[in-house]
Design a protein around this ligand. Sequence first.
Ligand code: AP5
Length: 223
Amino acid sequence: MAELNLILLGPPGSGKGTQAERIREDEDLAYIATGDMLRQAVADGTPLGLQAKGFMDAGELVPDDVIIGMIGDRLSSADARDGFLLDGFPRTIAQAEALDAALREHGRDITTVLLFDVADEEIVRRISGRRVSASGRVYHVDFDPPKVEGVDDVDGTPLVQRDDDRPETVLRRLSVYHEQTAPLVGYYEERGLLQSIDATVSPSQVAEHVRSTLATLKRESDF
Ligand code: AP5
């Protein structure tokens, strides 16, 4: 049986993390989110975290060699051998080529790339209202609020705003997306891997679209 190897692609705040939570309820996949890995490294004060923090706070990408080194080990770890869900990686053509090479070496392939399509104005509204739990669960004060204001539904810990969600940093992250990450749309389109998802509708409607896209893929292949 083939593996299900998914990539979530889209601008900051397009709902990749929100939908990753829902996909993981349905599919048993190793979840690999480079932003979460980097924030953990920053919180732990590791050399990787110290190196990454300045780039992240400025809304810039962490250099490719750092990210490619970090992801390589994770992709070959035991839990990722039967399928993975990549969130926030790759983000440059160099990262995509490195991923292709790493997978090819082990006879593996990407199953599909889900592109979350949302306009920039909506992104700013979403990110300004985003709140996250210590364990990474994502909420929005208006669009996806917790049951009790300011508190995580699952473990009751306080919700906080991410350091890089300040308005000026968000605008920089958006332009970095257009300059460095958007070229991946063409890269994966040429390879016949891209599935575009209208991410402007509610989180549940987006989840439904993702579910039906994956169901169609499953009917067409054997994972
Ligand atoms: P990362 O953590 O990956 O951030 P990002 O890609 O900018 O994406 P976000 O986490 O901001 O958004 P999301 O798409 O997950 O949206 P979410 O579901 O939270 O990266 C952070 C930084 O790390 C980068 O800037 C960079 O410095 C570095 N980095 C990471 N990976 C790297 C790499 N590969 N190379 C180099 N550097 C790297 O949703 C956003 C909000 O909207 C939430 O409040 C949510 O509740 C709400 N929402 C979600 N869906 C909907 C909907 N359908 N309708 C209304 N509201 C919604």
